[in-house]
Design a protein around this ligand. Structure first.
Ligand SMILES: Cc1cc2nc3c(=O)[nH]c(=O)nc-3n(C[C@H](O)[C@H](O)[C@H](O)COP(=O)(O)O)c2cc1C
Length: 226
């Protein structure tokens, strides 16, 4: 995979699964996610760590063309409706916000943290399979809860789009603003802004200088040539 600009030098030290990841908006509408691949992605979530092994997550899963995917598409925000429907799979992620009725298993205050970690597992697993994940919050959460009959002790949290990048040859078919965003410079705060020692707000002295922490753009490849 070729980079459009010099990648962040520090990011290059990461596993390629992390430094080649981005939240794509250019999914291949021809791609079908097989049962096996979908199962593997959800196995990755299943094996995430969680507080007390509480596993306080759930996923409503639809694939393009099925009723769950279509029902979720209807609840997307306008911005997300430009790209998310082309994803091979759309999931609603949920975390448990109260104890299961009739269960003595205590509610965990770390449920949202645990769900986020399970979602991160999906992201990395997808990347290892040549798939791209884009998480999103822009949809009508209340309506999703109603449409999918979500019990009160579960909270609808994010959407998770999964798919293959569209082939380069189809780039002209994509909404122009999406193609621009796909190649936009990706930026991150420097480590000194959030890695501290001695007291909160005091940057750790051992951190590398800013020269090793540039921004970088995505691979402009938009997936393999057909
Ligand atoms: C909780 C959450 C909510 C997000 N909501 C949206 C969204 O509604 N629409 C969207 O296009 N991207 C959304 N994103 C994607 C972020 O904008 C994206 O991860 C961030 O800009 C960093 O870009 P990268 O993932 O390509 O590194 C969301 C991501 C997360 C984790």
């Amino acid at each position: 995979m070729a980079w459009e600009r010099e990648p962040d030098q520090a990011a290059l030290a990461l596993t390629p699964l992390l430094h080649q990841r981005w939240s794509s908006r250019v999914y291949d509408p021809q791609h079908h996610l097989s049962d096996d691949d979908l199962t593997t992605l959800l196995e990755a979530a299943r094996w995430a760590p969680s507080a007390g092994n509480s596993q306080p997550w759930a996923f409503l899963v639809g694939r393009r063309g099925d009723a769950t995917h279509s029902a979720f598409v209807e609840q997307l925000s306008r911005g997300n409706s430009f790209w998310a429907p082309r994803a091979s799979a759309l999931m609603v992620s949920l975390h448990r916000i109260a104890a299961e009725p009739g269960s003595d298993f205590p509610y965990s205050d770390y449920a949202a943290y645990d769900l986020g970690q399970a979602a991160a597992h999906i992201t990395v697993q997808a990347q290892s399979m040549g798939l791209y994940v884009h998480q999103f919050a822009g949809f009508d959460h209340d309506r999703v809860a109603r449409v999918f009959e979500v019990p009160d002790h579960w909270q609808v949290t994010t959407g998770i789009a999964v798919g293959r990048l569209a082939p380069v040859s189809t780039i002209e078919d994509v909404e122009p603003s999406l193609a621009v965003r796909e190649r936009r410079l990706r930026q991150r705060n420097p480590l000194s802004q959030f890695v501290f020692e001695k007291s909160f707000g005091t940057s750790a002295g051992w951190l590398p200088g800013p020269g090793r922490q540039q921004s970088h753009t995505n691979d402009p490849g938009f997936g393999p040539q057909p």
